[in-house]
Design a protein around this ligand. Structure first.
Ligand code: 6CS
Length: 316
């Protein structure tokens, strides 16, 4: 069969590198084919997630920054200063976390989706038109966020004016000054040339960009046991590949940006400068628990316990 697989990114960006490995594995080990639809060919993320829910496509990359509106508990990934920063800990966490692979996976099933895999895409940085070293610097600054409510909550807490927008509108909105900032991993700031329309890059260490690979539920449930195993093995191979691919990617992307635009100012906030952002994060955790309700507290508790377990495993 031919399986259609949509991305929120271009084929040579992180999601595309993952999907290419997934496709290669499927095609080398079965008669199935994978047809990849990069960003721009089928619509924005919310559109492609819907196509996967309806079964018009079999696979989609659907980041919690958008799907948090569909499955509110997924917004645990958006909470600032919760995910670990160390690559090895992250690599272990997504693969082993029962909160992700059991509790959150079940919530996708309720929305006609099957969770195939989740992976991190890199530390999120802010890119702005003016320097940012404290929440006060964000006062009155319209910062574009993906559309999940907890990102709006985060930038509210950080002192900015959060502006949710689909990805396709971000470059133009920065160019025309409708917004004055946005956040994304460094590789994406480089590949999409967002450095052309902003002048400052700030590392606050507040999050890593998480994405998810989902399949249409009835499609997945209808696969033979052999094909189900094949999909899982392809995801495992792609996961290993994408974690490897990302070693040093942030630094390489930063170097490319500085080469293209030497006037770009890159700032790593000190622990002291991060303190007020960390403090503001507390209010976002509370909003997650109170506003999402339901399993939110259990998800957050499980999430943090799983992170601690990964840290302990990696430290061994
Ligand atoms: O900011 C966004 O909307 C996009 N960022 C990344 C890294 N991937 C896809 C997403 O649409």
């Amino acid at each position: 069969a031919t399986w259609k697989y949509s991305l929120e990114e271009a084929i040579d960006e992180v999601q595309g590198v993952y999907a290419t490995k997934f496709k290669e594995y499927i095609e080398a080990n079965s008669d199935n084919e994978v047809q990849i639809f990069p960003f721009g060919t089928l619509g924005e993320s919310n559109d492609t997630t819907e196509l996967a829910q309806m079964g018009a496509i079999q696979f989609a990359t659907a980041s919690p920054g958008f799907t948090g509106s569909l499955i509110p508990e997924l917004q645990v990934f958006l909470l600032p200063y919760v995910l670990p920063e160390e690559h090895a800990v992250l690599a272990d966490f997504y693969q082993t976390s029962e909160t992700i692979n059991d509790m959150l996976a079940a919530k996708y099933e309720d929305k006609s989706l099957h969770l195939v895999d989740m992976y991190p895409e890199g530390e999120v940085v802010m890119t702005t038109k003016e320097p940012v070293t404290s929440p006060a610097d964000l006062d009155g600054v319209k910062v574009r966020v993906m559309t999940s409510p907890m990102l709006i909550e985060t930038y509210d807490a950080f002192g900015a004016t959060p502006t949710p927008l689909p990805w396709g509108e971000v470059y133009g909105a920065l160019q025309t000054n409708i917004i004055q900032g946005q956040e994304n991993p460094m590789f994406f700031v480089e590949s999409t040339k967002m450095y052309e329309v902003t002048d400052y890059i700030t590392y606050a260490g507040h999050n890593n960009f998480t994405t998810a690979v989902v399949a249409n539920k009835s499609f997945f449930d209808g696969l033979s046991d052999e094909d189900k195993t094949l999909v899982q093995e392809a995801a495992n191979a792609a996961y290993e590949h994408i974690m490897d691919y990302q070693q040093g990617l942030t630094e390489r992307s930063e170097a490319k940006i500085l080469e293209a635009k030497p006037s770009m100012t890159v700032t790593h906030l000190t622990d002291e400068q991060r303190a007020p952002f960390r403090e503001a994060a507390q209010q976002v955790r509370e909003a997650f628990v109170n506003e999402v309700g339901g399993d939110a507290q259990a998800v957050l508790d499980g999430f943090e316990a799983d992170i601690e377990a990964s840290k302990a495993r990696v430290a061994e």
